[in-house]
Design a protein around this ligand. Structure first.
Ligand SMILES: Cc1cc2nc3c(=O)[nH]c(=O)nc-3n(C[C@H](O)[C@H](O)[C@H](O)COP(=O)(O)OP(=O)(O)OC[C@H]3O[C@@H](n4cnc5c(N)ncnc54)[C@H](O)[C@@H]3O)c2cc1C
Length: 406
């Protein structure tokens, strides 16, 4: 079946010619390699080394890292386009890029110069890998409830705790571990722990619904000795370093979900023009046209919101986190709906394993859960809007007393 490219490139003009060339290169990789191989990667749940190495070789992994260490420090305006292209065909490839942000951002932002010199060039080329250990058995959405403790020792820290759902645990060389000071639970710390540290154990991979090619596992730390030089940021900065990593990863989740939604509509639309029912093609039935209209309209609105978020990130706007929550909430919920509707539109064909939509359907769910669930983002946005309402200029239609008089 021929999948038409349905959605325009109207945000490309926001990119420089070099950035546009990078998007075209990624599109070529998706067309020639990543798309055709996506189903095979999704049949397994082992780390997708070939895809990862390819993305590293092509400089796409390196877009997350500063130039001083071999990266290209790409603007978010470019990264959302790269991730959208990858998500359109292969969630595994897209998550290898968003996962790089999650697992390495705290190193870029908080490691000493010596550690960065030691690690970041290898992280850029894919010779090294890191994982991000924040979530715990008792701390997921409520992340301030971390129970992992850092005990101060003469040379640094002794870390004890448990982590779960850690992506790349089976392949990472280094782990960013976030916890709190044993004697000061409100002081958050982050440190880098090597895979072979005594007292550090990694469980076998844990099976999951989708996102194959990027396995997860649990971690256990029993008095793991970490030198002070491996701390990331200052004492007390662990939480903000984690939030900084999550911010970038959230923007990535939104872009990935958006790309997958675009891919799902492309596939469903191709089915709608090929398949005939009741004397005409599916696409000639008004009910199907209305489904496509809803999907396409909301996808374009989502793309505009995400582009605004990228602009805000690149400019360093103070309110980018709220807007990133909006984009993640909107794009990931939209993706789940679009993929469900696209699968419905393709009938029994959509339900079969050799058709891409069942994979898209399984993968869509995680975007609504990881990097802050939809409910968490609604809470973040809602709180911010209440705070804004307290300080905002009142609508001129309201006169004095409007809100209390009857
Ligand atoms: C495949 C996968 C990969 C992951 N990779 C990593 C990783 O690399 N590193 C890492 O640290 N973590 C990782 N995570 C963890 C992920 O970020 C958490 O699963 C997520 O933050 C949600 O936490 P939880 O699962 O503990 O859900 P819970 O906190 O138990 O929440 C359960 C449900 O309750 C809802 N909820 C919670 N609070 C409220 C509220 N106040 N009001 C209404 N509803 C609420 C949530 O939205 C959710 O739907 C991964 C998870 C998965 C599944």
């Amino acid at each position: 079946m021929n999948h038409p490219t349905l959605f325009g490139d109207h945000f490309l003009h926001r990119l420089t010619s070099d950035e546009q060339a990078m998007v075209q290169r990624v599109r070529g990789l998706c067309r020639d390699t990543l798309g055709p191989q996506a189903a095979e990667v999704a049949r397994q749940d082992v780390f997708a080394w070939d895809h990862f190495r390819l993305l590293a070789r092509e400089g796409i992994v390196g877009t997350a890292f500063p130039r001083a260490y071999g990266g290209s420090d790409a603007r978010q305006q470019l990264r959302i386009r790269i991730i959208e292209e990858l998500g359109r065909v292969c969630s595994t490839s897209a998550s290898l890029i968003t996962g790089t942000d999650l697992s390495t951002r705290a190193i870029v932002a908080g490691a000493s110069e010596a550690l960065k010199q030691q690690l970041v060039p290898g992280l850029c080329t894919g010779e090294l890998q890191a994982a991000f250990g924040l979530t715990e058995p008792e701390a997921g959405s409520d992340v301030r409830g971390l129970k992992t403790v850092f005990r101060r020792t003469p040379g640094g820290y002794s870390i004890t705790g448990r982590k779960k759902f850690i992506t790349r645990a089976s392949t990472a060389d280094w782990f960013v571990i976030v916890g709190c000071a044993e004697d000061e639970p409100s002081t958050f710390l982050a440190a880098l722990v090597p895979r072979d540290a005594p007292g550090f154990t990694i469980s076998p991979d844990v099976g999951k619904l989708g996102w194959y090619g990027v396995p997860i596992a649990s971690l256990s730390l029993t008095q793991v000795a970490v030198p002070a030089s491996h701390r990331l940021g200052a004492e007390g900065e662990g939480f903000s370093l984690a939030q900084d990593a999550l911010l970038r990863a959230r923007i990535g989740h939104a872009a990935m979900a958006l790309g997958r939604a675009i891919g799902a509509v492309e596939i469903a639309a191709a089915y709608a023009v090929d398949r005939s029912v009741f004397g005409k093609t599916l696409g000639e039935h008004q009910g199907v046209q209305w489904m496509l209209a809803d999907m396409a309209t909301q996808i374009e609105a989502s793309r505009a919101l995400l582009s605004l978020v990228a602009e805000k990130y690149d400019r360093g706007d103070a309110d980018v986190a709220t807007y990133a929550s909006m984009a993640k909430l909107q794009a990931t919920d939209l993706c789940m709906k679009v993929v469900t509707d696209a699968l419905q539109l393709t009938g029994g064909r959509g339900y079969l394993q050799d058709f891409p939509l069942e994979r898209f359907f399984r993968d869509a769910k995680l975007n609504q859960i990881g990097e802050g669930s939809s409910e968490v983002h609604k809470t973040v946005i809602g709180r911010d809007w209440v705070r804004r309402a307290r300080g905002a200029e009142r609508n001129p239609c309201l006169h004095e007393g409007s809100l209390v008089d009857y």
